[in-house]
Structure formats: structure tokens, C-alpha cells
Design a protein around this ligand. Structure first.
Ligand code: F6R
Length: 607
């Protein structure tokens, strides 16, 4: 989304801020800016476009202060102009922000009524004004920052610099990563360890809900409950920082926890939050107003495509066919006259997916790649592309790439609905608003880890596990079973909940674990009947649902995993989290090689 950096240093901050921002440009380069304290006063330099423009700005009007913050922007709310570039500031505080403040409209209205004047169209600027409000009411910088953060809804990483406070820098993390770099008599904040690696090798990673109050001598960390906590200090070389696990035991765990950030980054790439519209890049001849769509991928990427099948049909009313890439071309599929084909791939190098893409191109069908690795073969060969912005995925089992694929495909479904005249602008606005809630909902779903941990301990003893889902949760059941088998080596199968009685129910035995994905939506009652069928035959039900679903099924479920109540449209994104955590924690209990499970490879370049 965006990159942030903060410095309490002993040398001029501006050149160091720019140096760090160069390492963060991969997170966005729509605009860049820095703010430093010059004799206690906040001074800013900002420029649209790449960092080189900011460097020119600084060359013309240098800054010499030793305390400062910087930002490189991936535009979400508001065009990439100088006015919308961070840092946003009042005469008392300057802030940089990465993420989305969901309740910015209501906060902004309230602040405007109280006399605050806004200079940008961003969601971020409310943070500066909220903090200023606290300072105006006599709070200290620490108190004002804490009070402001408590009022923010959404996902964010923030750094704040205060006028007249040469030795205070405050950072906060909720859903977007933030690291504290500890130097010799200096202190740093950065979106990742790479940002601060030119200045120090000692780094602490903030946890969800943490607020860091930094001075040059001390880093005080408050957790989500306001308690002072310590966070482990990691020491690495600059090179190691590029691919580090942070506080996490495995890359897979880290990548699961990155999902508020990676889904948000992907969604905001395709969504104009101000106009509540989806904005697609130039699709180079791919006409979304088609009669048919074909969605192809392998493994997890295929399951993302299967979720998209429901979305495209329900939202856009388009006829959709999905298939696994390794079989698709052997069918010699026929195409309607107005079709487009979507190829979903993390690596962009999967041989079967590439072969299917080439088949479609040979048949004259326009191709669209939903790919994570830029410039990969599928990326290059497709007619058009919708990048997923998950960043490098190191764990072999795909997690954040899956939810990033879902994020891009959800936006594609809305865009197709509009192109085909299937949805009104009001309905588009409603879907966009729901989509924008995804990072926060995913962050809430991550809170279920302690509960899942206890269940995973029991599940690690199982020989076979069934996963059930209905509607859009059926492909998610398939994905849940795939995650479990590939990293824990426990046999698992996903079924459509209504299909079980046509055969697989014979597998149910006393104590067979059955994981059911069932939010309390329009299909819940039917799935409840299927749960009763398996419970009556001795199955041990692990139900993943929301609070309404839990109330309705608590008597038959042995275990309940609570997911936040959310709009049904984004439920597949939110329910991805518990199935990933369940597989991950079960594998940890079994002691398998989670990040590099046996027999697998991250990029499958053979057919
Ligand atoms: C499972 C997994 C695989 C991949 C599949 C396709 O966790 O990662 O099933 O989804 O091999 O790979 P990509 O997406 O690179 O085409």
C-alpha cells in the first residue's frame, strides 16, 4: 500500500528518510514526502510521482532537522497530487499513514464542525487533526496519539512527529506492519526491516494493536490493552532483512498475518473509495461485457477461481466455466463468440496454467492474468493483467497470495457486473464498501488463533478430516482440505455440504473430525441440517461461523471457531483465515516442515 519511515537521529534526517524510502518504493510510488523539525517547527517537502521528484524538491529547499518522518504513497483515497501526498500535518503534528481508515468520513465531518480545516482528500489527514484536537485539549503527545488511535477503524501503520518535541516519535500498528529500529542513541520506525537496515541491524516488530512511544534513549511499547510490553529484538544483516520472519516462527505464519495488509493493498489498487467504484486498468481488448468467462488455475489458485465463479455469476450474471489447468486443454473446450479467459497464478510460471493460456490465445480468446509475480511468463503472455499485490510469498503453502487473488477477482466481478449492466451504481457502491471492510475483518479473524490452537492440538491426532461448505464456501472447504493435507500430511477432503449424503457420508465414523464453514447467511439452515446428519453418525464437528451461527448450532458443534459477522460478499476472504490457521497450527503440533513441506515446490514448471 504505502511505505513509512521515521527517524530520531543525530544527523540531518531528510537524506536518510529518502534513503529509506528508496527501499520502500516497492510499496508504492504515486507520491512521496518528508517532514522534519526545523527549530521545533514542522517543515514538509512533498512531490507527486517517483522519489526523484521529492529529491529535486529537497535540493531546491533543503531541510536540516535531525528528527523526521517520510512516506511513499500508493494512492487509495484521493488522486496522486502534492496536496494528497503524506506527511499530513497541522502546526502541531505531522503524520504518515499506511492502510485505510474506514470511518474517516464521520471523523472528518465531526472535526470539520469543530473548526478543523482539511487540505487533502485523503482518509489519512483525519489522524493529524484528531491528534491536534487532543493536544488542543491539553493532552500530551502520547495521550493524544493513543486517544486518536482508539477512534480509528480500519487497518493502519502510523508514524507521528510533534512540533517542539525533538525527542518524541510515536508509531501505531493495526493491520499494517511496523518495525522499530534501535540505533546507537538513535531510534527509527519503518514499514519493514529493510527500511531501517541502512541505520541499524537491531529491529523489533510491533504486534497488532501496539503503540510505540520512542525517544532516542528508549522504546516504550504499549500493547492493545495499554500495558507496557517488551518485544523481542532481532539482529540481522541488511541482506537477511529482505526476507525475514520477524516475530513469526514460520514464513507461513507471517504471511497469514500479513493478509490485512496484502488484501487491502490489492483491493485499493482496484477501488476508488471516494467514488465507491471499481477502477480497472486498461484491459487491452479484454471486453468484460462478454457472454462467457473461463477461469483457470491450479491448486489454491484454482480454488480462488472457483470462488470467483460464484461472484461472477451472482454479481455480473455472466456464464462462467472454471477448470484446473492440467485438464482444461485436453477437453478441447469450445468457446462462445464473446468470451474472455482469466488465468490465476501466484508465480505466473505454472506450466499447466501457461499451456492453458496459450491454448486460449490460439483459439482467439482474449486472456486476463491475475498474477502475483510481475514480469513472470503468464504476466507477459496474457493480453491484460490484474496484479495481485501480496508481495513475495515464501511459504510453499499459499495463503496471502490466495486472499490477494480473491481481492482482485472480487473487484473483477464488480467491474464485469458494471460492464454488463447487471448492477446499479448503488449496488456497486454497496459492494465496494463491503470490500473496503475486508482488511479490518481479516484482522479480526486473526484474533481466533488462541482458540484454533487448542483445536489444532486435537486435530493433529486425526487420520482423516472432512471439510464441508455450501455455496461460495464450498470452494473454501476444498481449499481448507488442501491446506491441511499439504502441510500436516493428514488426509483431508472438501465436499459440498449437500453432496455428502450421496456417498462420502459412509466415511463418517465415531470421532471423525468434520470442519464446517457456515456463516449465518441465507444457506445456513440447509448446512445446519447437513451438520445434524454427520453429528448423528458420531462426527466431531468443528464449526467455523459467526456469533449468530454459533448461537444456532452450539448444541451440536464440538468446537466453535468464531469469525466476525461480515457482508456475505467478502465472507470467503474472511473465512480463509481460520482454515489457514487451523492447517498451520495442526502442522506445528505435528512438527512437520511447514514452510517447505515434503514433495512440493513453490513454482511448478512441469506439466
Ligand atoms: C497450495 C499451493 C498450490 C498452488 C499451485 C498453483 O498451497 O500453493 O496449490 O496454488 O501450485 O501455483 P501458482 O499459483 O503459482 O500458479
Amino acid at each position: 500500500m504505502c511505505g513509512i519511515i521515521g527517524i530520531l537521529g543525530s544527523a540531518p534526517a531528510a537524506p536518510r528518510l529518502v534513503q529509506a524510502l528508496k527501499r520502500l518504493e516497492y510499496r508504492g510510488y504515486d507520491s512521496a514526502g518528508v517532514a522534519t523539525l526545523e527549530g521545533g517547527r514542522i517543515e514538509r517537502r512533498r512531490a507527486p510521482g517517483k522519489l526523484a521528484n521529492l529529491e529535486l524538491e529537497l535540493a531546491g529547499a533543503p531541510l536540516s532537522g535531525v528528527s523526521g518522518i517520510g512516506h511513499t504513497r500508493w494512492a487509495t483515497h484521493g488522486a496522486p497530487t502534492t496536496a494528497n501526498a503524506h506527511p499530513h500535518a497541522t502546526d502541531k503534528v505531522a503524520i504518515v499513514h499506511n492502510g485505510i481508515i474506514e470511518n474517516f468520513r464521520s471523523l472528518r465531518e465531526g472535526l470539520a464542525k469543530a473548526g478543523h480545516e482539511f487540505a487533502s482528500e485523503t482518509d489519512s489527514e483525519v489522524i493529524a487533526h484528531l491528534i491536534t484536537d487532543g493536544l488542543d485539549n491539553g493532552l500530551t503527545p502520547e495521550q493524544a496519539a493513543i486517544a486518536a488511535v482508539r477512534r480509528l477503524e480500519g487497518a493502519f501503520g502510523i508514524a507521528c512527529l510533534f512540533a517542539g518535541e525533538e525527542d518524541v516519535l510515536i508509531g501505531a500498528r493495526k493491520g499494517s506492519p511496523l518495525a522499530v529500529g534501535i540505533g546507537d542513541g538513535e531510534m527509527f520506525l519503518g514499514s519493514d526491516a529493510i527500511a531501517v537496515s541502512p541505520f541499524t541491524t537491531r529491529v523489533m516488530f510491533l504486534e497488532e494493536g501496539d503503540i510505540a512511544i520512542l525517544s532516542r534513549a528508549r522504546a516504550k511499547i504499549l500493547d492493545a490493552n495499554g500495558q507496557v510490553v517488551t518485544r523481542q529484538i532481532h539482529v540481522f544483516s541488511g541482506a537477511a532483512a529482505a526476507v525475514e520472519k520477524g516475530n513469526h516462527r514460520h514464513f507461513m505464519q507471517k504471511e497469514i498475518y500479513e493478509q490485512p495488509e496484502t488484501s487491502g493493498r490489492t483491493i485499493t489498487r482496484y477501488v476508488n473509495a471516494f467514488d465507491e467504484r471499481v477502477e480497472m486498468p486498461d484491459l487491452d481488448g479484454v471486453d468484460l461485457a462478454a457472454d462467457n468467462a473461463i477461469v483457470i488455475g491450479c491448486g489454491t489458485a484454482h480454488y480462488a477461481g472457483r470462488v470467483a465463479e460464484y461472484w461472477l455469476e451472482q454479481v455480473a450474471g455472466i456464464a462462467v466455466e472454471t477448470d484446473i489447468a492440467s485438464e482444461f486443454r485436453y477437453r478441447k473446450p469450445a468457446f462462445g463468440r464473446k468470451s474472455f479467459a482469466v488465468f490465476v497464478s501466484q508465480s505466473g510460471e505454472t506450466a499447466d496454467t501457461l499451456a492453458a493460456l496459450r491454448y486460449c490465445k490460439d483459439q482467439g480468446v482474449k486472456t486476463l492474468a491475475v498474477v502475483n509475480v510481475p514480469e513472470s511468463t503468464i504476466w507477459r503472455e496474457a493480453d491484460a493483467r490484474l496484479p495481485t499485490l501480496a508481495g513475495p510469498e515464501i511459504g510453499v503453502a499459499s495463503t496471502k497470495a490466495f486472499t490477494a487473488q480473491l481481492s482482485a477477482l472480487a473487484a473483477l466481478a464488480i467491474a464485469t457486473g458494471r460492464a454488463r449492466g447487471a448492477i446499479s451504481s448503488q449496488e456497486e457502491g454497496r459492494l465496494v464498501r463491503a470490500l473496503m471492510e475486508t482488511p479490518r475483518m481479516i484482522a479480526q479473524a486473526l484474533d481466533s488463533e488462541p482458540k484454533i490452537e487448542a483445536i489444532a492440538h486435537e486435530l493433529s491426532q486425526a487420520r482423516d478430516v472432512l471439510y464441508l461448505g455450501r455455496g461460495v464456501h464450498y470452494p473454501l472447504a476444498l481449499e481448507g482440505a488442501l491446506k491441511l493435507k499439504e502441510i500436516s500430511y493428514i488426509h483431508a477432503e472438501g465436499y459440498a455440504a449437500g453432496e455428502l449424503k450421496h456417498g462420502p457420508i459412509a466415511l463418517i465414523d465415531e470421532g471423525t473430525p468434520v470442519v464446517v464453514l457456515a456463516p449465518h447467511d441465507s444457506l445456513f439452515e440447509k448446512t445446519l441440517s447437513n451438520m445434524q446428519e454427520v453429528a448423528a453418525r458420531g462426527a466431531k464437528l468443528i464449526l467455523i461461523t459467526d456469533s449468530a451461527g454459533a448461537a444456532a448450532a452450539s448444541d451440536i458443534a464440538k468446537h466453535l471457531i468464531l469469525a466476525p459477522a461480515c457482508d456475505p460478499f467478502i465472507a470467503p476472504l474472511v473465512y480463509s483465515v481460520p482454515i489457514q490457521l487451523l492447517a498451520y497450527l495442526t502442522a506445528v503440533h505435528k512438527g512437520t516442515d511447514v514452510d517447505q513441506p515434503r514433495n512440493l515446490a513453490k513454482s511448478v514448471t512441469v506439466e
